[in-house]
Design a protein around this ligand. Sequence first.
Ligand code: ZN
Length: 145
Amino acid sequence: MVDDLYQETILDHSKRPRNHHSMEDANRKAEGYNPLCGDKLRLYLKIDDDIVQDASFEGSGCAISTASASLMTDSLKGKTREEALKLMEKFHDLLTTDTPASRDLGKLVVFCGVRDYPARVKCATLAWHTLKSALSNTGEPVTTE
Ligand code: ZN
């Protein structure tokens, strides 16, 4: 039952991704690529006073990578840089370990089922790898390889 609900949320976000547009006044950008699946995305962030004021993305990819970017950009707004990085760690734990999902993850828990499909984990984490690059501002395109 819970799984159905999770899948519905993922499907909804992949069909109607939130924050799916470019951002002209973004002050952080990064690109990510998952060669395993062909997912590509460009992430835009607007950070003021160390807080993510706005987040958006463009790109094309499978349902999981699109839904992950959609839910991630939603989750980032209003977070500090440090909070964003902590959320990234918790999301990574959710996908790779058996530890119970942290409550801070909010809607991001819908991706817990991806854990059972190792090949799709990279689809779900692509947006987050790209986020890390945007926050550290290396400007280097990231791949999940
Ligand atoms: Zn994918």
